[in-house]
Design a protein around this ligand. Structure first.
Ligand code: SAM
Ligand code: SF4
Ligand code: SF4
Length: 346
């Protein structure tokens, strides 16, 4: 029997639920090979039908329940969240909830035309994914041949709309974009924006991840430090996933997210709501708990709260910590079925 659900549940490893990442669409205009390889998600791939996608009212209702259970940060993601029609309406609905942070993660290709309305609707921050400034590398890494200019214009629009400083996410894949990371750091030094370099992860089942394609956070820091002296900074708050470093000359800071080489499951306070209304308690989970069906069948807020709280109380996820011991001799990750990243938004 599940124990009574606490007002703010704690999981089996003592972790609270503080962040909710909401995937608003499983569609994307990019085909980054590390996330949605074009060979698999081609022209004829069938994405979720509208009937299975949570409506804005359903998302807002669930988000309100998550907030009652302890969530303080909401992040809209996807797929590419800017492909969801009328996203500013959702933002304005969520902006009515008592949270500390309402943010969006985007590839920013379409941000130029949406930044202002999103800011007016109450969006507080954006994280922009940008893997390289080198057009050729960028085209390869988005799998669709898009140049980098639209993303940079999207960032500029976000700045004009007051959605700054911006965090940038750069997934580093050895032999693909690692030779351009120092350029990326150089470009955003002194701008107030923070580049966060992310170790390439074995998310999903399709990116053919191998451990030797991972450039470790230590190596990333060393390469940047060789050009710009750096020193470590303490976390902004307990459980911050990025390790922070400041440029000694005052040029700002960078972050590195060592999800493979130094996993941080012990401090993981993130819940994820998939586009079709499943609750996942780990980036590497599979299946999740269906919240949409009970909600559409008339569950009360109290019943949904008990369902969500119970899942969190039973949570024992620590995939990244366990991964190290499960890598095969040829460098592949563990053979377990996982959710795809674009369905839950990373
Ligand atoms: N489409 C949006 C974007 O790219 O910003 C939001 C969704 S995307 C799944 C969220 C983040 O996950 C992005 O910053 C992306 O770079 C990161 N990501 C995707 N696949 C990854 C992988 N295999 N390893 C590390 N990060 C990954
Ligand atoms: Fe799309 Fe983001 Fe995945 Fe790239 S990382 S394919 S932009 S969802
Ligand atoms: Fe959290 Fe799962 Fe990532 Fe560990 S592997 S940090 S539990 S999402």
């Amino acid at each position: 029997m599940t124990a009574a659900i606490a007002a703010t549940p704690v999981d089996t490893l003592g972790r609270h639920m503080r962040d909710l990442r909401i995937s608003v669409t499983d569609r994307c205009n990019f085909r980054c090979p590390y996330c949605m390889p074009a060979e698999v998600y081609g022209e004829h791939y069938t994405f979720l039908p509208k009937s299975q996608i949570l409506t804005f009212e359903e998302i807002t209702r669930l988000a309100g329940i998550f907030v009652e259970l302890g969530v303080r940060k909401l992040r809209l993601t996807g797929g590419e969240p800017l492909l969801r029609a009328d996203l500013p309406s959702l933002v304005s609905m969520l902006a009515g909830l008592p949270v500390d942070d309402l943010a969006l993660t985007t590839n920013a290709h379409l941000l130029g035309r949406h930044a202002e309305t999103l800011a007016q609707a109450g969006l507080q921050r954006v994280t922009v994914s940008l893997d390289s400034l080198d057009d050729e590398v960028f085209r390869t890494m988005n799998g669709r041949g898009f140049g980098v200019d639209a993303t940079l214009e999207g960032m500029a629009a976000a700045e004009r709309a007051g959605l700054s400083p911006i965090k940038l996410n750069c997934v580093v894949v050895r032999g693909v974009n690692d030779h351009t990371i120092v350029d990326l750091a150089r470009r955003f030094r002194g701008t107030g924006h923070t580049v966060r370099f992310i170790e390439y992860m074995d998310v999903g089942n399709l990116n053919q991840w191998k451990v030797d394609e991972v450039v470790t956070a230590d190596e990333i820091v060393e390469r940047i430090r060789a050009e710009f002296p750096l020193e470590p900074l303490p976390p902004n708050y307990p459980g911050e996933v990025a390790n922070r470093f400041r440029y000694r000359d005052g040029g700002g800071e960078i972050g590195v997210i060592a999800s493979v080489s130094k996993p941080f499951c012990g401090a993981c306070t993130r819940a994820r709501l998939s586009t079709d209304g499943h609750l996942l308690t780990c980036l590497f989970a599979f299946g999740g708990t269906d919240l949409r069906t009970p909600m559409r069948e008339g569950a009360t807020d109290a019943e949904l709260r008990d369902l969500i709280g119970g899942v969190w109380q039973d949570r024992r996820d620590r995939y990244s910590e366990a991964r190290a011991g499960l890598i095969s001799e040829d460098g592949h990750g563990p053979e377990v079925e996982k959710v795809e990243m674009f369905q839950i938004g990373g």
